[in-house]
Design a protein around this ligand. Structure first.
Ligand code: PA5
Length: 469
């Protein structure tokens, strides 16, 4: 039974009363920017379901596809030993985040009887060593490959596909198509053409859903369902958060308040957004967030064409691990960060710290406590240390990591990103910087139509040996 409890956004330590006058905000700042927040809210509301904001409707408009996904997943669970996602960026980070959040932390190492789902791998790169390593551990004859690409043309994903298709054809002949599912645009790109030609089962990424906003569509839902994750509860969680964020008053809309505070912080020179979950299960949620935040808000021009060069560098951290690595910088380095702590109230297991070292009080004080108490105390301690040193921080309380709370969390961050983009008056949903890199790769590898770009690249100023040692 999944507990359907709300996640909570606590922004006390963004306020001057707590973090000090130099860095924090007060009620007057919030009141002074209420109209701006309302404008951003209205813009996002008006854009819902249109252009690149199709993702807002995903919690409620996928009844048929969810049924198809669940039925397909059931077959895959029955017939395959491994499930491999071929994709990159927004087509990979969401499935990875949900896998880490909601499956056993050593899922692939569990015996089949305990795992109850295929082993799970996401390629997310074109490192030849990684591909070779994957092929060393899977049996392609017992593996389902899910090729995911919205554009249907991303070099990395198509490279992964070409390699796997060749191996599958050699191993299975005509049956190879039953080992590939394509998740892509229904109308655009090359993958849909290939899928039709080869006869792959397909799921579609709606037109108005960009890569980093795609976790709630088949991009995320199929891998999750294969893993046995309750995708209906996941979508319900997203819908629950959506309903909580239907108010133009930031004090009554957690995602809008979170956006407004980040926006005001950016204006005060806070160029770094640290995401620090105190749970290994949420570690890759921080990776997913990093793409969402970085790619959506890092923009050179605003909607009127003015050069603005905005954005906040997302940093992924893990509590408590990074207390022994990054927190020194967060508490004593430059005043350029906002730290978001994510704490979990009820971990899915409890581990008691064993008795011992009775003659050493400085160790023995730990005995009788649980690891749960320790990790929570350490989160509280970091929050205290940050606040004491005047560092802006906020905290998201997750009652328990489950499909419902993950749906809330992801929708919260997507809405926060959309509101922040509206406050910054930028196009949150494009990625010209990423496209530039994709085009340069096409040109370097000789794709037809990219001759001009190749000329431009070849015409770059040659590097001098003087600066190479
Ligand atoms: O958010 C985005 O749009 C990008 O990061 C894409 O997800 C990424 O570039 C992969 O693109 P595609 O899904 O078209 O292969």
């Amino acid at each position: 039974m999944i507990k359907k409890e709300p996640i909570v956004f606590d922004y006390n330590n963004m306020m001057a009363d707590y973090v000090g006058d130099c860095q924090g905000f007060d009620d007057k700042d919030i009141a002074a920017n209420r109209a701006l927040a309302k404008k951003a809210f209205e813009e996002v509301k008006a854009g819902r379901g249109q252009n690149m904001m199709g993702w807002t409707e995903l919690p409620t408009n996928q009844k048929e596809v969810v049924t198809d996904i669940i039925a397909t997943a059931k077959q895959i669970r029955k017939n395959f030993d491994s499930f491999v996602v071929l994709g990159i960026g927004g087509s990979a980070l969401g499935p990875m985040a949900l896998f880490q959040a909601l499956c056993h932390l050593h899922h692939n190492e569990l015996p089949k009887s305990k795992r109850k789902a295929p082993k799970f791998y996401v390629e997310d790169n074109v490192d030849p060593e990684r591909m070779t390593a994957l092929l060393d551990v899977i049996d392609v004859k017992k593996t389902m490959f899910n090729v995911i690409t919205k554009s249907g043309s991303t070099s990395e994903t198509m490279t992964q596909y070409l390699i796997i298709a060749d191996i599958l054809k050699k191993a299975l002949g005509d049956d190879f198509a039953s080992h590939v599912i394509a998740t892509t645009s229904e109308t655009k790109g090359n993958l849909i053409k290939i899928a039709k030609k080869e006869g792959f089962k397909t799921f579609f990424i709606p037109d108005g859903v960009g890569g980093r906003f795609s976790e709630l569509c088949p991009v995320g839902l199929l891998p999750a369902a294969v893993l046995g994750i309750n995708i209906k509860a996941f979508l319900e969680g997203a819908k629950y958060m959506d309903n909580r964020c239907r108010n133009a008053n930031p004090s009554k809309n957690p995602a809008l308040m979170a956006a407004l505070l980040q926006f005001l912080s950016m204006k005060n020179g806070k160029n770094v957004s640290v995401m620090m979950p105190y749970a290994d299960s949420l570690k890759l949620m921080a990776d997913w967030y990093a793409q969402l935040w970085g790619e959506s808000l890092g923009k050179a021009v605003d909607l009127d064409g003015n050069k603005v060069y905005v954005g906040q560098t997302p940093v992924k951290a893990l509590g408590v691990t990074d207390q022994h690595s990054q927190v020194q910088l967060y508490t004593e380095g430059p005043f350029d960060k906002v730290v978001t702590l994510i704490s979990v109230e009820k971990y899915r297991s409890e581990v008691k710290i064993a008795d011992g070292c009775e003659d050493i009080p400085a160790v023995n004080f730990l005995c009788g406590h649980t690891m749960n108490e320790l990790i929570t105390a350490e989160c509280n301690a970091t929050e205290y240390a940050l606040t004491r040193s005047g560092r802006l921080n906020n905290r998201i309380y997750v009652p328990e990591v489950n499909a419902f709370t993950c749906g809330q969390l992801m929708f919260f961050f997507m809405l926060q990103t959309a509101y922040t983009g509206a406050l910054l008056h930028i196009d949150t949903f494009n990625q010209p910087g990423v496209e530039e890199g994709k085009n340069a790769t096409y040109a370097l590898l000789g794709r037809a139509g990219y001759e001009e770009k190749a000329k431009e690249l070849n015409g770059q100023k040659a590097k001098t040996d003087k600066y190479i040692i």
